[in-house]
Design a protein. Structure first.
Length: 345
């Protein structure tokens, strides 16, 4: 029996039960989808950790004050509160940052160009959204939202993790609708030397941005452990799922395999056929999970949303090929170790 003929016979046998093939593919694909999700989350969290670690040298002073004061030290004022954006006649409660023109000198607005910031501070009713908030509101650059009884145009979208789920507007005639006690007003100063601070500010307890970022890092590290645990769990589930499906298939085809061996299929041909079949099966299942990702992308809630990067795609594809090869080699070796006489007993 030639190798190609053996492949053709095997394909014909498989196509007799298409519903079983579909169930096997989707069973593997669902597990691989969750592996993809948690690995992407791990990758995203690592990127956020890298960003905050780079900011640990930032020694700007952050002071919480009840209201804005006149100070001589280089600074930026920020007001923050939960307020509503009206999007397509639906109200969305979001975190609003009301900033001044010096804000970008103290806080990085990743993916926002300098000329866009200049336009932001020179034109009225402009807004910057975080990437996750823009996705939740289904808005892009150039779209509009209602805030403060005015129409704001979305000038830019920032991917900076510090601004996660925030909308940024310029402090120019903005009146927050929430009560004053629900608003936080912070002053970020260029120097941490108390002797260089104004008397009205120097007596107020303060913390540096690096201290704040350290707290963010600790929180992200705990979240990373949670994500890695679930990633490992679904990797194990996916691997066991692939192994058990392959094992069941080999057991079901035992009678036909005996006939093929009698008609000349060698053990090496059998192993090659099994390896090729199972690798192709898992690759197809993996790409089904990628298709499922793009289908579900507009509908998944924020916690389950993830961005599939090229590196994650390649890493998981490599994982799928390795697991399928390992399972098929182990299972086929076990079968070829059985003598012809034992198989007929």
């Amino acid at each position: 029996m030639t190798q190609i003929y053996g492949y053709r016979v095997r394909v014909q046998e498989k196509l007799k039960h298409p519903q079983i093939i579909i169930l096997e593919l989707f069973s593997i694909a669902i597990a691989l989808y969750f592996v993809m999700m948690f690995l992407s989350k791990v990758d995203e969290t690592n990127r956020h950790l890298a960003y905050f670690n780079q900011q640990l040298t930032n020694e700007y002073v952050v002071v919480s004050v009840p209201e804005q004061k006149s100070v001589s030290t280089p600074h930026t004022w920020v007001k923050e509160a939960e307020d509503y954006l009206l999007v397509d006649k639906v109200s969305h409660l979001v975190s609003i940052l009301v900033v001044d023109k010096q804000y970008n000198q103290f806080y990085d607005l990743t993916s926002l160009k300098n000329d866009e910031w200049q336009l932001f501070i020179s034109q009225p009713n402009q807004m910057i959204l975080s990437l996750d908030l823009a996705r939740e509101l289904n808005k892009k650059v150039g779209d509009t939202v209602e805030f403060n009884q005015k129409t704001y145009m979305i000038l830019g979208i920032t991917s900076n993790p510090w601004h996660k789920h925030k909308a940024i507007v310029l402090n120019k005639g903005v009146f927050l609708q929430v009560p004053q006690w629900k608003q936080t007003c912070t002053l970020t100063l260029f120097s941490k030397d108390r002797n260089q601070l104004d008397d009205s500010i120097a007596q107020i307890p303060y913390e540096t941005l690096s201290d704040i970022f350290k707290n963010e890092i600790i929180s992200l590290q705990h979240f990373l452990i949670f994500l890695m645990a679930f990633s490992l769990l679904f990797i194990v589930i996916a691997s066991l799922n692939i192994f058990l499906i392959f094992k069941t298939n080999l057991q079901k085809e035992k009678p036909s395999r005996q006939i093929k061996w009698l008609f000349g299929e060698t053990k090496l041909q059998f192993m090659k056929r099994i390896c090729l079949e199972y690798v192709i099966t898992t690759i197809i299942a993996f790409h089904i999970s990628v298709v499922v990702y793009f289908i579900l992308l507009p509908f998944v809630p924020n916690f389950f949303y993830f961005q599939l990067t090229y590196s994650i795609y390649l890493n998981e594809l490599l994982f799928v090929i390795m697991v399928s090869l390992l399972c098929s080699i182990c299972l086929s070796l076990k079968q070829v170790c059985i003598s012809y006489n034992d198989m007929w007993r």
